[in-house]
Design a protein around this ligand. Structure first.
Ligand code: PPE
Length: 305
């Protein structure tokens, strides 16, 4: 949903290569069979220099994704954390998006990826508000997709795999063609799962609810952070299955994600939710304080560049 802003270097298979040289063969296994896992991480400019939000946690999820699809990585989460910081330094960016990707490369054909090599790369580039500049302030209109979230026994939500984003892309293209800013997918059982690239929360009578991981969603780190921030502010946060009508009658609805940050939702399927409400605004303000290193009690979530 944004053009890539080219940088200087990309880390690939253990070395830094010029941006333009970070290429792969057209017969790379992942291109044909979706055999790749990736991450999305943000580095923020703060008053104390640049800092990456929950870097190690993202790298641990990356390693878990690879483990689930039987793609052993040659680097540990700790090593990848250091490499990501060095990639930001070499590209001289104050704030950016970080994209680690591991994929089955060139050398084997056929659905079973076991004999294809495993390539790994980390790229960084500037990425502004994911759902548009006004979305963070005014919220967006969303629609429930006619596409279902791929099931937990098909392409598991717990794996941040390239393959699962075909599902996201279908839902997002449909939503945009219907005039919405983003799609919400229901899972195979009909419960609310997530956005095409975000987790979802509802607020009703002061209680915050979000779907449980067992409903087949990505274990979002922004979701996890917002749950903790909300509880620290004294809110009750429930992880419970939601049906579509829970969205229609909610006082407030919002998305969380690394790219989307905390984006309010102002209508669902044409039912007005309204302007961003007080809980959404409080959590959003707090979240932006946390990532900008203005909330010392959450400083452990930040890795300085
Ligand atoms: N669900 C999905 C399906 C998802 O893709 C994301 C992140 C989340 C939930 C939120 O997870 P977290 O970032 O850990 O809070 N989506 C990433 C990819 C966006 C893209 O278009 O590419 C992201 O936000 O970086």
């Amino acid at each position: 949903m944004a053009d890539i802003k080219e940088g200087k270097y990309i880390w690939k298979n253990g070395e830094f290569v010029a941006w333009a040289d970070a290429t792969t063969h057209v017969l790379s296994h992942a291109l044909h069979y979706g055999t790749a896992v990736f991450e999305g991480i943000r580095c923020y400019k703060t008053e104390n220099g640049s800092a990456v939000f929950r870097l190690k946690d993202h790298m641990e999820r990356f390693v878990r994704s690879a483990h689930i699809i039987m793609m052993p990585l040659a680097y540990s989460a700790e090593e990848l954390t250091e490499v990501a910081l060095e990639t930001i330094r070499r590209n001289e960016l104050e704030s950016c998006y970080i994209r680690p990707i591991a994929y089955r490369g060139y050398g084997a054909v056929g659905v079973n990826p076991s004999t294809a090599p495993i390539d790994i790369a980390i790229a960084v580039w500037p990425w502004d508000a994911y759902l548009g500049a006004t979305a963070l302030e005014q919220g967006i209109a969303v629609g429930i997709s006619s596409w279902r979230q791929r099931g937990i026994n098909a392409i598991p939500g717990a794996v941040k795999s390239s393959a699962s984003y075909l599902n996201s892309g279908l839902a997002n293209m449909e939503a945009v063609s219907h005039g919405y800013g983003e799609a919400i997918l229901l899972n195979e059982s009909g419960y609310v799962a997530e956005g095409s690239g975000e987790n979802i929360f509802v607020v009703r009578d002061g209680v915050i609810s979000t779907p449980p991981l067992s409903d087949g969603i990505l274990e979002g780190l922004t979701r996890n952070s917002v749950i903790q921030i909300a509880r620290d502010l004294g809110y009750t946060v429930l992880e419970r299955s939601l049906v579509r009508t829970d969205l229609y009658v909610a006082d407030e609805v919002f998305f969380t994600g690394t790219a989307a940050e905390l984006t309010p939702i102002n209508s669902v399927d044409g039912r007005a939710i309204g302007k961003p409400g007080p809980v959404t605004q409080q959590l959003q303000t707090r979240f932006f304080d946390v990532v900008a290193d203005r909330a010392p009690e959450y400083a452990a979530w930040l890795d300085r560049v």
